[in-house]
Design a protein around this ligand. Structure first.
Ligand SMILES: *Cc1c(COP(=O)(O)O)cnc(C)c1O
Length: 369
């Protein structure tokens, strides 16, 4: 269609307008609700480390000064906590940013990147924004099916994104399976191990991927501070081989991690007590929620993260949508997951004792209604 000069306007690159924007978890309840419990974004119910809050406060007086563009002290603190060479770490504005940078760096138009059926949604957005093609493979019982991924690899495959554990299912792949996947991948295909929930996993056959990312030339591990109490600070990081670090450093924003995030992050990762408290709280209430939800007759996908995926009955009366309305009206904000392929489920972050008990009580009444 020809346009007259005054109809002309900038047009996004091909494919951009096909992207469905990410919809974050809700945070508001209707007016009049006495107390709102936000259980929609897998934040830490214990809040941020008090030491991180103090560090953020202190940096406020120096907001005129640019941060260290390489976030060296934060990388050193991460390196110290995990036994890693800081030179192999890149910090980012949330791990979302590093996932996007990986896509920008390794995908060209027409390339393929593999994701799983119920995968964390940002992968698809970044794949598409690089002009590449997301190839979605089936899961088996809401779990990643390694054989399905291997079968989907073509000469055009450049990246495999694997959230382990995955969000919103909470299921994980034992590390032997991850190694089997890696062994089957061509050496020029990048395996991105997104271990956003690694701190919460309590399974002997689980590994976040530190060893593999430290030894293979085509594996990176991404991590985040968001699920441990610093979602608002936006801190993520990647660990991987030097040649990948070098490539990413060429395109990332020169000051992509802000001064507040750097100081809060350093204080948070050194606050082992707060991390342990958070993990212990989660362990206790994750299993409590599983038991209680099962007792109410609801199916729960077995989760190793800090959230549960709750499936609702198909009786027409007690759908996830109805439950969501019921809970929201009472101040309990859960996450609809229709966009993830679960139209009749809700994802609930493990909350405080008060929130967890409140949701179970409300659901018990709702299911009897
Ligand atoms: C929350 C989450 C992230 C990233 O969160 P950031 O806040 O951007 O660090 C990455 N992957 C998965 C699977 C997540 O659930």
């Amino acid at each position: 269609m020809t346009k007259t000069p005054d109809q002309a306007r900038p047009t996004p690159r091909a494919g951009i307008m096909d992207i469905e924007a990410y919809v974050p978890g809700k945070s508001a309840a209707p007016a009049g609700v006495a107390k709102v419990h936000k259980l929609s974004s897998n934040e830490n119910p214990l809040g941020p480390s008090p030491k991180a809050v103090e560090a953020a406060r202190e940096v406020a007086a120096r907001l005129d000064v640019y941060p260290d563009g390489s976030a060296r002290r934060l990388r050193e603190a991460i390196g110290e906590a995990h036994g890693l060479n800081p030179g192999n770490i890149i910090c980012s504005n949330g791990s979302d940013e590093i996932l996007g940078l990986l896509a920008q760096t390794y995908l060209a138009p027409g390339d393929e990147a593999i994701i799983t059926e119920h995968a964390f949604m940002v992968y698809k957005i970044y794949i598409q924004s690089a002009g590449a093609v997301p190839v979605t493979v089936r899961e088996k019982d809401e779990r990643t099916d390694i054989d399905a991924i291997i079968a989907a690899v073509t000469p055009r495959t450049r990246i495999v994104f694997l959230a382990n554990p995955n969000n919103p299912t909470g299921t994980y792949v034992p590390f032997q399976e991850v190694r089997r996947l890696h062994a089957a991948l061509p050496k020029d295909v990048l395996l991105v191990l997104d271990a956003a929930y690694a701190e919460y996993v309590r399974r002997n056959d689980y590994e976040a991927g530190i060893e593999l990312a430290g030894s293979a030339q085509n594996v990176v591990m991404t991590r985040t501070f968001s699920k441990l109490g610093l979602g608002g600070a936006r801190i993520g990081w990647m660990y991987g081989p030097m040649h990948i670090v070098d490539a990413i450093n060429r395109i990332r924003g020169p000051f992509n991690v802000n001064a507040t995030a750097i100081e809060a992050g350093i204080a948070a990762i050194r606050d082992r007590a707060h991390i342990e408290l958070s993990v212990t709280h989660n362990e206790k209430w994750l299993s409590w929620l599983n038991e209680e939800l099962t007792r109410l007759g609801l199916r729960v996908t077995p989760s190793v993260g800090n959230f549960v995926l709750i499936h609702f009955p198909d009786d027409g009366k007690h759908s996830a949508a109805a439950a969501d309305d019921y809970l929201t009206a009472r101040g309990y904000i859960l996450r609809r997951v229709t966009g993830y392929g679960f139209p009749n489920a809700l994802r609930m972050s493990v909350g405080t004792e008060e929130a967890n008990r409140g949701v179970i009580d409300a659901l018990e009444t709702f299911l009897k209604s």
